[in-house]
Design a protein around this ligand. Structure first.
Ligand SMILES: [Zn+2]
Length: 71
């Protein structure tokens, strides 16, 4: 590895960690399942995730992918 390659490797952005905290057991999961989406008056809504184990225990709620369309 040359000095230029080393510097290029050190300055690459670190990828963001994938996953989320489960709303039920509060542990980090690498396979989050969206179970709720809470709209807020200001700013973007909040999506709550669950681990695959607890996702089946929670009722399916609206997610960002769900959109109500007027007929
Ligand atoms: Zn969980």
């Amino acid at each position: 590895m040359t000095a230029a390659e080393f510097i290029a490797a050190m300055t690459e952005p670190v990828p963001a960690p994938r996953g989320a905290v489960c709303v039920r057991c509060r542990t980090w999961t690498y396979a989050p399942v969206p179970v709720r989406h809470i709209e807020r008056q200001s700013g973007p809504g909040v999506t709550l995730y669950a681990c695959p184990t607890h996702a089946v225990d929670l009722w399916a709620g609206p997610t960002p992918g769900d959109e109500l369309r007027a007929p």
